[in-house]
Each structure stands twice: as structure tokens, then as C-alpha cells.
Ligand binder design. Structure first.
Ligand SMILES: [Zn+2]
Length: 424
């Protein structure tokens, strides 16, 4: 069966969606679409229209998640559906692909299945999650956190923006506060197509990445306490310089990550991304430094190794430099392995369509990270030019968008039982 995405139709959808909240950009095409704003209403309305044009049955849940269900006669209405989608919101002055590609690719996948006469055994659901980017009400992944039961509908609706407006009021305002709760655990499978936001696909010249693991993330808050003193009157041998100690920490985190890369896991990364120096004056020996450490990998073991190295460094600095240190770990998320069955289906779909695919990991979090907690989930990537995202210069070639959507469509059809895989 030849299930092929229609590049022109997909492009028209993404370009039309990109016009909502569009911003003047020196280069590229930018948009600002925050949850519950007029551009968000317009983008949602257009999606609902396009879903209905394709014969989907559209539902909006209590937190504004949009789900369009295609339940053809071939499908058992009681069977657990397969689902795919992403998000329509953006960061301020973001690009037109991050999110909308995944939503409209899922819709295009359904249209491509319809055009090919595919007869799925299961219903297919196209999903747009509320506020993935976390720019107004939450830290991110808001709609999917409710869909997997991590956050209750009531808690989500009471979230407020900086002006004290609740999510409930904002959704009422744009007419997208529906009923009930989209339940991701009821799905048999979930696929998300997203832009890569990195350069690996571009460098490899491959249009589709199949993510095997979403990396885990740990944030450490380190405090190093020395003694602030006069930079002129304090002799070198009488100082407890917190910033000099922090400098050693920065270099130790770098070398600990490099060691892990060289020995056990080449995807590990460790970063001291922030330093707050106090009193931060040129003529004062630094008395205190607060450092933010970010550690990520596809292996939780190697994340632990790097955090262990941070602890060892702090112990050493206390002994050798007389500083006092503390370490808190306020954020710790283990790596998320994705479904082998669904990854295999994506590679098969690539072979069937003559589209190259490659395995890779994801260094960024996506709604799929939540969905993978409750059902089989997979994440596909399309190339990002120069790795740029969250920026009007974000770009994915239309041919790559279409190739990745064709793979998504084939994989979804496979998962929905519309492709004869030769297995009983
Ligand atoms: Zn995104």
C-alpha cells in the first residue's frame, strides 16, 4: 500500500498556521502563540476546521487539549486507538515548525491513509496538547501532564499567568475550555513528529530520526561559601575565595563529563550554566558563589557518575580551600526509553517508502516523555537547518517535512493494523 504525504497540502497547513501571531523578523518567519491568546484561538480554530474537513470527530477536553478521531468502518470502535500529534503554542518569537509540524503531520498522515484506502483496525487520533512550551501558565508540557494523570484537571485550571489570570479563564476567553480529560493511557500507541533542534540529521543527510531514548536531566544547585574581604588589604595566604573554588568546580564538571564520554556513554553532557557571585565587586574577594549544574544523558548511571564527581570536588574544595559547600538536586528526571515495537514500525515505514531513517537520542524534553509513562510511545525527528529552533530562523525543508510525514503515516498505519506486515 502506497501511503504518501502530500507535501503541498502539509506545507499549506503549516504556512497558514504560521500566520497566526506572526512577528516581524529580520530573517525567517517567526510567530508568538502563547496559550489562551487570540493567535492561539485562531490556530486552534483552524485546526478544528481542517480536522472536520478530513472527517474527524473533534473533542476538546477541560484543559483545552484538542483530539480529532478518525474511526473508519474498518476500525473496531472499542479498540484502543493509536494517536499522534504535538502542540500549536510557541515560545515568544519562535519558529513556525516547532509543534505545528507534529500536529499537521499527524493530520496529514490520516489524510494520506484515507487517500490510499487504508483500512485500520483501530481508530486514529490526532492530538494538539495545550501549552507545551510553558510560557504562560506552567513550566512546560502542561496539556500532556494532565493527559497522563501527573496533574489533575482542577490543579491545571487554577494555574495563573503573571497577571493572575487562570488557565480556566484564558481557555473560556478563547472558547476552548471543553469537558472531560483526554486520557493518554487509553491509547495503544503514540507517535510525535518534531523538529530535531540539533544538527545530527542535517550532518548525516538523513530526513528522519527515530528517537530511542529521551535523555534524563538533573539540575544541581551548588553553594560555595568563602569569606568576602578587601581585595587590596587581604594577603593571598589569608583568603577563602569562593569564586576561585567555583572555577575548579567548573573545570571538574567539564572533565568528569569528558571522562564519561570517553569511557561509558558518548551522549553524556555536564554543564555549569550559571554562576552568581557575591558581592560581585572588582575590589572584593568573592565571598559566595551559587552555581547551577545541568547533567544529561541517555544512561542514568552516567548522570550519577557526573553528579558523584561534583560531590567529590566539593569535598576536596572544603579540605583544600576551607570553603563550605552544599549541594541540592531540585530536579531529577530519569531517561525515557521509547517503544521498540513503534521504533521498528517507523524504520519499516521508511524502508517501504524509500526514505532513510536513523536512530538517535533526544536531548530535549517533549510531550512524548509524559506519554511514554502510560503507553507505548515513539518520537520522530525531522532535520533542523543549522540546528536552530525557538527562533524565526528555525527551518525544515518542505521535502523533509513531507518525507518525515510519510514515515509517520506508514508507522501509524502499521500500528493501527492497516499495513500487512506478514505477521499473523
Ligand atoms: Zn516543540
Amino acid at each position: 500500500m502506497d501511503i504518501t504525504a502530500d507535501e503541498d497540502r502539509l506545507r499549506a497547513d503549516i504556512e497558514a498556521n504560521g500566520a497566526f501571531g506572526d512577528v516581524d523578523a529580520a530573517e525567517g518567519r517567526g510567530r508568538t502563540v502563547l496559550c489562551g491568546t487570540e493567535p492561539n484561538r485562531a490556530a486552534r480554530s483552524r485546526l478544528v476546521d481542517r480536522m472536520e474537513d478530513a472527517g474527524l470527530d473533534v473533542a476538546v477536553d477541560a484543559v483545552g487539549n484538542v483530539a480529532g478521531t478518525w474511526a473508519p468502518e474498518s476500525a473496531d470502535a472499542d479498540a484502543a486507538p493509536v494517536a499522534a500529534g504535538s502542540h500549536l503554542d510557541s515560545v515568544p518569537e519562535g519558529g513556525i515548525f516547532d509543534g505545528p509540524l507534529g500536529v499537521y503531520a499527524a493530520l496529514e498522515a490520516v489524510r494520506a491513509m484515507q487517500a490510499a484506502g487504508a483500512e485500520p483496525d483501530r481508530p486514529v487520533v490526532v492530538v494538539s496538547f495545550t501549552e507545551e512550551e510553558g510560557q504562560r501558565f506552567a513550566d512546560g508540557l502542561l496539556g500532556s501532564s494532565v493527559a497522563v494523570g501527573d496533574r489533575s484537571v482542577d490543579d491545571a485550571l487554577e494555574l495563573t499567568d503573571d497577571d493572575g489570570i487562570t488557565l480556566a479563564a484564558a481557555l473560556d476567553d478563547i472558547g476552548f475550555r471543553g469537558d472531560g480529560r483526554l486520557d493518554a493511557s487509553a491509547w495503544d500507541a503514540w507517535y510525535e513528529l518534531h523538529v530535531e533542534q540539533d544538527t545530527r540529521l542535517e550532518a548525516a543527510g538523513v530526513p528522519v530520526g527515530v528517537v530511542d531514548t529521551i535523555t534524563g536531566i538533573t539540575h544541581c544547585e551548588v553553594a560555595i561559601e568563602g569569606e568576602a574581604n578587601h581585595a587590596g588589604a587581604t594577603p593571598m595566604d589569608e583568603r577563602t575565595d569562593a569564586l576561585a573554588a567555583a572555577a575548579e568546580l567548573v573545570l571538574d564538571v567539564e572533565s568528569a563529563a569528558n571522562d564519561v564520554v570517553a569511557t561509558t556513554s558518548d551522549s553524556a553532557v555536564g554543564t555549569v550554566g550559571s554562576l552568581t557571585v557575591s558581592p560581585n565587586a572588582t575590589n572584593v574577594v568573592p565571598g559566595r558563589v551559587d552555581a547551577g549544574v545541568d547533567v544529561r544523558d541517555v544512561e542514568y548511571e552516567s548522570m550519577q557518575t557526573i553528579v558523584g564527581a561534583v560531590r567529590e570536588t566539593l569535598d576536596r574544595l572544603e579540605r583544600e580551600r576551607g570553603v563550605e559547600t552544599s549541594l541540592a538536586r531540585p530536579f531529577d528526571l530519569a531517561p525515557t526509553p521509547l517503544s521498540e515495537r513503534l521504533r521498528d514500525a517507523a524504520h519499516r515505514a521508511g524502508v517501504a517508502a524509500g526514505v532513510d531513517t536513523m536512530d538517535m537520542h533526544s536531548g530535549a524534553a517533549h510531550d512524548t516523555m509524559h506519554v511514554a509513562d502510560v503507553t507505548d510511545a515513539a518520537l520522530l525527528f525531522a532535520p533542523s537547518r543549522d540546528g536552530v529552533s525557538h527562533n524565526p530562523r528555525e527551518w525544515t525543508d518542505w521535502a523533509d517535512c513531507a518525507a518525515a510525514t510519510t514515515v509517520l503515516a506508514g508507522a501509524l498505519a502499521d500500528a493501527a493494523g492497516a499495513v500487512d506486515t506478514g505477521e499473523p
